[in-house]
Every structure is written in structure tokens, then in C-alpha cells.
Design a binder for this molecule. Structure first.
Ligand code: ATP
Length: 345
């Protein structure tokens, strides 16, 4: 296969498996985000792909070649880490040209490549600036250009945007994705920010406790989460319980829900329904009734919190669909069966 394969890779530190039998196939040109809570093994997996850690077992294959034992500098990688490690005493141009200079590229070739990369990162004319004089976002772009100077096969980034403020981070996510698409380079980014992953990735890999919980395109992860861990981690969701009644019908809070059924043999299963799919209606007109406990009006969206039994269900509406309700009011809550995802665990 052209691209990257992580074949049944485990990394143990003592007896603890930080990465546990991970299997991942990344076609050439794919943008992958490794996503998951702190300590789930994202960085360890990236470091093994980079050659900075050796797997305890398994193999890493790039374009058909087993690179598990190949040292980092021979893997043809570009890397950007959270601490950018730009050379503070060098200019922007000299930072970007660093790897070319080490490989004794001619001055003319270095300048041509630096100019090309500066255009790509929207910093034309910045070659002679000291890096110390750049803003955070500009520094980030220089680090990216420096990593791409040798046209690597694989681009690896570990939390590259986490030091930036929220607005700049969002803008850089779009820039990074556009740059990757322009170059067609296979890219793997570690992040714990699900919004970042949804913005950039072709393939989101959700990890938990060293294992891949789900690997799929962002919208599939959002719409068809594999289990409650993934559903809860990606976006916000209402996690409820679907239960069989004495006749085997699927119910939520004791109310039958048309169009839903429990997986084979099970009498209960978790169910995920996204807040934007939940509608507040008049009492008796929804799937279940409840009491409004709070309305959060954020201008662009309105969140209504409804207490049903021991659960709070959140419904999100736009100002046009705004339910005219306030705290303390009895309401109906519609949970459309087509938007409810019955989970395995
Ligand atoms: P974060 O988002 O916090 O960076 P992560 O998902 O990237 O987390 P890793 O850094 O891969 O997680 O760490 C996974 C687990 O392996 C953690 O429990 C960590 O403490 C452990 N670990 C990582 N490196 C080592 C090491 N060199 N020696 C021992 N344990 C390690």
C-alpha cells in the first residue's frame, strides 16, 4: 500500500501498555488526527511513527517498506512539536533553509525553496526577519515551513497549535488543512481538541487507554459513534439508556419509542442523541415529558436544559426555532428515532 501502516503495534513501559495492539492504515495523502484524553497513548504512537520510540512489538510500514528499525533522520519525515524549537538567533529564511544547508544545497536552491515555502505560508518577504520578532501564528507557520523544506513523505505534528489563543488556533487549523491539501502530503496530528480534529482530518482516530476506539471520517465519528466513550468525547451528546419493557419494546424513561430496537439479546443499551436533534415541545407532545431547569441563550444558539427523571437532557436550537420556555416550566421532549444512535457499550 502507498501510505502508512501501523501493524499490530504495542509499546510497553515496564508492564504498562501505553499503546496496545494498534492497527491503522493511512492511505497516501490522508490527513489523520489522533484524538483522545490525556494519557491515552497518542504521543507515544506518534513518536513510534517518528522513530523516537521503538515498538515493543509490531511493525511500522511506509510505502511498503518496513521502517520499524530505521532511524528518524532516514525516514524522510517533517516534524513539528508543541515547543517549536526554532533557532532564535537565525532569520526566518535561515530557519527554513536549515535542513537544506546541512545537506549542502546551493545558495540559489536554498533561496528558491525558502521563497516557495514563504509564499505557501503567506509570509512572502519575511526571509530576513529575526524569528524573535514574529507573532505566535507567524512562528507556527515558520516551524511548519521548516519541517516541509525537504519535501518529506510524512508530516507529523504533536499538538502544534495548542500554544495559540483560540481565534488564531481556529484560523491556523484551516491554513494547515489547506496547505496539506495543496501538497497532498500524508499528515498525522496529535490533538486533544475534537473541534480541531473535525476541522482538519480526513480520518479521525479516537484513542482510549492505548487502544483505537474508532477510526473513521469526522462526520461518521460524530453521527455513528462506536460506543459511549467516543460519543461523549466527540461533541456534546445526551447519553440515555434504552431499556426493553416486559413485552420487549424499546423504552426511554419507561416510554416506548417507535422506530428503535435493542441489539440482539440485550435488555438495556446506551443511547446517544445530539442536543441539536432534541426538540422541546408542549407537554404530552414529545417522546417524554420533563421540567425546564435552565435556558442558556448564547445569541447564535439557545440551549434548553430539561430534567427528566435523574437526567438532564440538553436541547440546542437556533434563535429562529427558539422554544418559548423558561425554567420551571413543564415541557415535552422529542427524541427523533432517526437521530438516536443505539451504542454497543
Ligand atoms: P497527553 O495528551 O497528555 O500528551 P497522550 O495521549 O499523548 O497524552 P502519551 O504521552 O502517549 O499520552 O502517554 C501514554 C501513557 O504512557 C501515559 O500514561 C504516560 O504516563 C506513559 N508514558 C509515556 N512515555 C513514557 C515513558 N517514557 N516512560 C514511562 N511511561 C510513559
Amino acid at each position: 500500500m502507498s501510505g502508512l501502516s501501523v501493524n499490530d503495534v504495542t509499546k510497553k513501559f515496564g508492564s504498562f501498555a501505553a499503546v496496545d495492539r494498534v492497527q491503522l492504515d493511512v492511505p497516501q495523502g490522508t490527513f489523520v488526527c489522533l484524538l483522545g484524553p490525556s494519557g491515552c497513548g497518542k504521543t507515544t504512537l506518534l513518536r513510534m511513527i517518528a522513530g523516537l520510540e521503538v515498538p515493543t512489538s509490531g511493525a511500522i510500514v511506509l510505502d511498503g517498506q518496513d521502517i520499524t528499525q530505521v532511524p528518524t533522520h532516514k525516514r524522510n519525515l517533517g516534524m513539528v512539536f508543541q515547543s517549536l524549537a526554532l533557532f532564535p538567533h537565525l532569520s526566518v529564511g535561515d530557519n527554513i533553509a536549515y535542513a537544506l544547508r546541512i545537506r549542502s544545497a546551493s545558495k540559489a536552491a536554498q533561496k528558491a525553496r525558502v521563497d516557495e515555502l514563504l509564499t505557501m505560508i503567506h509570509l512572502d518577504g519575511f526571509a530576513d526577519r529575526p524569528v524573535a520578532k514574529l507573532s505566535g501564528g507567524q512562528r507556527q507557520r515558520v516551524a511548519i515551513a521548516r519541517a516541509l523544506a525537504l519535501s518529506p513523505k510524512l508530516f507529523l505534528l504533536d499538538e502544534p497549535l495548542s500554544a495559540l489563543d483560540a481565534k488564531l488556533r481556529e484560523a491556523m487549523q484551516v491554513e494547515l488543512r489547506q496547505l496539506q491539501q495543496q501538497l497532498g502530503i500524508t499528515t498525522i496530528v496529535v490533538t486533544h481538541d475534537q473541534r480541531e480534529a473535525m476541522t482538519m482530518a480526513d480520518l479521525v482516530v479516537v484513542m482510549g487507554q492505548g487502544k483505537i476506539r474508532q477510526a473513521a471520517p469526522p462526520i461518521d465519528i460524530y453521527r455513528q459513534p462506536a460506543d459511549s466513550f467516543v460519543a461523549d468525547f466527540i461533541g456534546s451528546t445526551n447519553l440515555l439508556e434504552l431499556r426493553a419493557d416486559s413485552t420487549g419494546r424499546a423504552t426511554i424513561f419507561g416510554q416506548p419509542v417507535a422506530g428503535l430496537s435493542l441489539p440482539d439479546e440485550l435488555t438495556r443499551a446506551p443511547l446517544s442523541v445530539r442536543p441539536e436533534d432534541v426538540h422541546v415541545t408542549a407537554p404530552g407532545h414529545g417522546t417524554i415529558d420533563g421540567t425546564v431547569t435552565f435556558v442558556r441563550d448564547l445569541g447564535g444558539t439557545i440551549e434548553t436544559f430539561v430534567q427528566v427523571g435523574d437526567k438532564t437532557i440538553v436541547a440546542v436550537a437556533t434563535p429562529r426555532e427558539r422554544p418559548d420556555v423558561k425554567a420551571g416550566q413543564s415541557v415535552g421532549v422529542s427524541l427523533p428515532a432517526a437521530s438516536c444512535v443505539v451504542l454497543r457499550s
